[in-house]
Design a protein around this ligand. Structure first.
Ligand code: ADP
Ligand code: ADP
Length: 237
């Protein structure tokens, strides 16, 4: 469902931040990208959803080459990719419900305070997803009243209302305590297993990656230095 070939990315002409990246994800896989800070993990995710343009190389997602798409085509591809961020990227003065609806319909509508423009079906989808994540009772709370772990569950819910094929998670637990981290990772795993959504997660904790992933990709200084099953990791670390 995702195939990356010969990907390079440089920000400022000098040494590339990503070099010669080759990787492939199959539908329904749970894959972690591990590596120290600065390894290029975030850059890799941003090249996949084209928040940034790769300097060279090919990213084929859901049978479509992502480079060279026009705005409309890119929007269509991006709708199939949910994003989860380390710092949640929620609008703190809006409610949980409003933040989640945004995933599908954009902040503009919610900022205008016209939730009535959403159909009952759309609202129900948002509430059902919040329910799965144990956040339904918080639906009408403002996001700035939530704990970090709760915020991240809202972040995940917002990505899921898009009904994505691929979920890209950039250090989703890096700001969370161990208990909340476990809750979040368990949800991600379950989303992958029960909804068939492909999950690609950036992590810097090797143990967490080993526990949850079907496959692990090790990135260091912009290069893939490991690719394999969690049990093969000992040869790498
Ligand atoms: P990671 O997610 O593994 O910590 P990043 O992809 O964030 O790694 O960063 C990889 C390298 O690219 C780092 O050296 C970082 O300083 C550099 N970098 C990241 N974003 C930018 C940017 N917008 N402009 C210039 N350099 C950047
Ligand atoms: P039912 O019991 O009605 O089948 P489930 O709770 O088993 O409902 O799941 C319904 C859907 O919700 C599943 O297809 C799955 O995609 C999603 N889901 C289940 N558990 C979670 C979870 N922990 N996090 C996110 N989504 C979930």
């Amino acid at each position: 469902m995702l195939k990356i070939k010969d990907l390079y990315k440089s920000y400022n002409s000098k040494t590339p931040v990503l070099s010669n990246i080759e990787m492939e994800l199959k539908q329904g896989e749970f894959v972690s990208v591990i590596g120290p800070s600065g390894a290029g993990k975030s850059t890799l995710l941003r090249c996949i959803n084209r928040m940034i343009d790769p300097t060279e190389g090919s990213v084929v997602f859901d049978n479509v080459e992502m480079t060279g798409l026009n705005k409309k085509e890119l929007r269509k591809q991006r709708a199939k990719i949910g994003m989860v961020f380390q710092h949640y990227n929620l609008v703190s003065r809006l409610t949980v419900f409003e933040n989640v609806l945004h995933g599908r319909f954009g902040y503009k509508s919610t900022l205008q305070g016209i939730l009535s423009i959403f159909s009952e079906k759309e609202k129900q989808l948002a509430l059902d997803i919040l329910d799965k994540l144990g956040m339904k009772e918080f639906a009408y709370k403002r996001c700035d009243q939530l704990s970090g772990g709760q915020k991240q569950r809202v972040g995940i819910a917002r990505a899921l209302v898009q009904q994505p094929k691929l979920l890209l998670c950039d250090e989703p637990i890096a700001s969370l305590d161990p208990n909340s981290s476990k809750v979040i990772m368990d949800h991600l795993k379950q989303i992958c297993e029960t909804m068939g959504i492909t999950v690609l997660v950036n992590l810097h904790q090797v143990e967490v990656a080993a526990k949850y992933s079907g496959r692990i990709i090790g990135l260091n200084k912009g290069q893939i230095v490991f690719e394999g099953l969690p049990k093969e990791l000992s040869n790498y670390a």
